[in-house]
Design a protein around this ligand. Structure first.
Ligand code: B12
Length: 218
């Protein structure tokens, strides 16, 4: 295993341990070694938090440990997000997106990665944050007229909001004015099709690729 892979492995373990100082150190070290920021997220931070989630789901760890892991991931992301945004792939504006986590849901680690990558690829990004009330999404779509509305939801209890929002766009006369993309660990391609979303993506990279096709072929 190379030093880079060893560091990413250690990074993932540090997220699992909620060891913020080591996370900070290893993220900076990996960046210094020229590792792509997205690889640091994927093989280090996100891998760690996914394992924490699995253990929490199986009842192997407590909520405090889940919180500590999430905090460690957040601190790592605070260092990496500006680096992702720096990787501007295109100079001209590609399109615009409003993104947010639906009402009742405060998960934002993944949504923030998606937002950072959209920004790096030349999209204007308006991030409404977490626990966003339905009406706020609608008002912002009216105001900003983005190409895409991105809805993140991580829990089985909050994914119905994505369907509700699509219905609300319809009843507000906005459905044909904006493409809707959905994401989050609890949803998939079939669900996206079922609720009438225009796109689903499993990760930030796919999200940007998919969004670009939606913007060029409306
Ligand atoms: C970290 C975490 C937390 C953190 C959140 C911190 C934060 N700032 O986000 C904390 C500790 C606060 C938390 C709280 C809770 N959590 Co939590 N959490 C997680 C965990 C472990 C990881 C989520 C994560 O960040 N993943 C890493 C990122 C990189 O991946 P991602 O979010 O999937 O995002 C990627 C893709 O999905 C996609 N994507 C994401 N959004 C979007 C949007 C668009 C438009 C697109 C195109 C793509 C896209 O791209 C992203 C990047 O690749 C998950 C486990 C899991 N498997 O998801 C549980 C999990 C989601 N949580 C869960 C639960 C139950 C809770 C709590 C209710 C716990 C409690 N008892 O209080 C609370 C909920 C509070 C609330 N009202 O929202 C459950 C949900 C179960 C379910 N099926 O409903 C899970 C699955 C854990 C479990 N196994 O039980 N949680």
């Amino acid at each position: 295993m190379s030093t880079i892979d060893t560091n990413l492995e250690k990074l993932s373990k540090s997220v699992m341990d909620g060891d913020i100082d080591t996370v900070k150190f290893l993220v900076k070290e990996s960046l210094k070694n020229g590792v792509n920021p997205l690889e640091i997220v994927d093989k280090g931070l996100a891998k760690g938090i996914r394992t924490v989630g699995e253990r929490y789901g199986k009842g192997e760890i407590f909520l405090t440990e889940l919180l500590m892991g999430a905090e460690a991931m957040k601190v790592g992301m605070e260092i990496i997000s500006p680096e992702i945004k720096k990787q501007k792939k295109e100079l001209k504006k590609v399109g615009s997106i409003i993104i947010g986590t639906v009402a009742g849901d405060i998960h934002d680690l993944g949504k923030n990665i998606v937002a950072a990558l959209f920004s790096a690829h030349g999209f204007d990004v308006v991030d409404l944050g977490v626990d966003v009330p339905d009406q706020k999404f609608i008002d912002k779509v009216k105001e900003i007229k983005p190409n895409i509305l991105g809805l993140s939801a991580l829990m089985t209890s909050t994914i119905p909001k994505q369907r509700e929002l699509i219905n609300l766009l319809k009843s507000s006369g906005l459905r044909d004015k904006v493409k809707v993309m959905i994401g989050g660990a609890a949803v998939n391609e079939d669900y996206a099709r079922d609720i009438g979303a225009d796109g689903y993506a499993e990760n930030a990279n796919d999200a940007v690729v998919k969004a670009k096709t939606l913007v060029v072929s409306p």
